[in-house]
Design a protein around this ligand. Structure first.
Ligand code: S3P
Ligand code: PEP
Length: 436
């Protein structure tokens, strides 16, 4: 694994067809629903991110028989689960926020904990709504560790969410599977809807009216085979490379195009990006297709507030693209970025400033004055995969060399990231890893 890298900027890029790894959000969910269905399930193109294997090892820890062979994951029916578990959720917010509902629903006592980053992230946002449904659980000052007790008696309630978060919505919907009556969740803004789509794929009766979702408790039925579409968020870095390149170099293949995930495409198109979507189809209710990316001259934009939840993980990358665009780009109402794996507003602003970008930090976003000429630097990405990948794009279009001190964190969502980057930028990546 590459631990520390140096990136030589402004080298020749090579034409490449990028197949992103399986979608991270969908992989977490299909592993969880597969485990709950208590039947066989063969999952192909499972995510290559460590976070999804964290979910798998937590499920194995509670007694679900799961075999992993590369990107194929086989889930088997189970007879007896453990009564009491300690679950290490590592760096993964999705794991820590979705699994309390599973422990409660399956009547397992447990403690969920995580690494130093995850231990700083807010958990009250799932604890409070789960308690309203009848869940018995407690956090530690609103954070991890979370202690889940046995004996949940979940009832149907209508919950209105103030924070736009697919993880909170999904925690409630998963608890709804075990409730005595239908559970209704009303979102303040549309967030990614993979849980809703997948629950239907597993035979659950679910109604969606605008931002209001009703789940009718029921037994999950395994589809037996599930192919995960390519991860749009991983593809975004490669789309950015294709836009900034002087020549046409990138085509993205078999990528998820669920509209609640692709606000990045909407925003960059408004900035002047030339892209073409082809070969669209739907699998397991999820839209997918190929994206052709053409070199583009970009202009600054004010990102619409309503789109923020659907572009949230791509905002550091948008900061990078805005650095090369003409004019001003403004991102506001994105305070959620401060409570991700790191403070992503700080990490984006601090690092782009090092590259020489004219960027200003706001409480809930940032303002970039475009038209910058970037210069390579030594940077630290606060052990955050999305910051490492965004800054790699910046480094490839900077003069001189950039050293990324903590590049290994890409493995959280996309372990083969640098292997793939080397195929597009063969002379740009120098591996500085020190191995024993
Ligand atoms: O549900 C999910 O799979 C995710 C939801 C988002 O988090 P929030 O729910 O906290 O917005 C996103 O940032 C994260 O990468 C994955
Ligand atoms: C925020 C992220 O994930 P999680 O919340 O699952 O840690 C992410 O992948 O950018």
């Amino acid at each position: 694994m590459i631990l520390m890298i140096e990136i030589k900027g402004l080298q020749n890029l090579v034409k490449y067809s990028y197949h992103p790894p399986g979608d991270k959000s969908i992989s977490h969910r299909v592993a969880i629903l597969g485990a709950l269905s208590n039947d066989w399930l063969n999952i192909t193109n499972f995510s290559q991110g460590k976070d999804c294997f964290t979910t798998i090892s937590c499920l194995q820890e509670i007694g679900i028989p799961i075999e992993v062979d590369g990107t194929t994951v086989k889930i088997y029916p189970w007879k007896k689960l453990k009564n009491k578990v300690n679950l290490d959720c590592g760096n993964s917010g999705t794991t820590a926020r979705l699994l309390p509902s599973i422990l409660g629903g399956l009547n397992i006592e447990g403690v969920l904990f995580g690494d130093s980053s995850l231990s700083q992230r807010p958990m009250e946002r799932v604890i409070t709504p789960l308690k309203k449904l009848g869940g018995i659980l407690e956090g530690t000052d609103g954070k991890l560790p979370i202690k889940v007790e046995r004996g949940w008696r979940l009832r149907g309630e209508k919950l209105e969410l103030q924070i736009p978060s697919a993880q909170i919505k999904s925690a409630i919907l998963l608890a709804g599977l075990f409730a005595s009556n239908p559970v209704i969740v009303k979102e303040s803004k549309v967030t990614r809807n993979h849980t809703e789509i997948m629950l239907k794929e597993f035979g659950i009766n679910l109604e969606v009216k605008e931002r209001e979702i009703t789940i009718y408790p029921g037994k999950l039925v395994s589809p037996r085979e599930y192919h995960v579409v390519g991860d749009f968020s991983s593809a975004a870095y490669f789309i950015a490379l294709g836009l900034l390149s002087k020549e046409e170099i990138i085509e993205i293949r078999d990528v998820g195009l669920n509209p609640t995930r692709t606000a990045f495409l909407e925003v960059i198109t408004k900035m002047g990006a030339k892209i073409q979507i082809i070969n669209e189809k739907v699998i397991h209710g999820e839209k997918m297709g190929d994206i052709k990316v053409f070199p583009s001259t970009l202009k600054g934009i004010e990102v619409s507030e309503d789109l923020i939840p659907n572009i949230i993980d791509e905002l550091p990358l948008l900061g990078v693209l805005a650095s090369f665009a003409q004019g001003t780009t403004k991102v506001v109402k994105a305070g959620e970025l401060r409570v991700k794996e790191s403070d992503r507003i700080k990490g984006t602003v601090e690092n782009l400033k090092k590259f020489g970008v004219n960027i200003m930090e706001l409480e809930d976003g940032f303002i970039v004055q475009g038209g910058n000429k970037l210069r390579g630097r030594e940077i630290y990405c606060h052990k955050d995969h999305r910051i490492v990948m965004a800054m790699t794009v910046a480094a490839l279009f900077s003069e001189g060399n950039t050293k990324i001190l903590d590049s290994q964190w890409v493995n959280i969502s996309n372990a083969p990231f640098f292997k793939e980057i080397k195929k597009i930028a063969p002379n740009s990546i120098i591996d500085l890893s020190v191995r024993d």
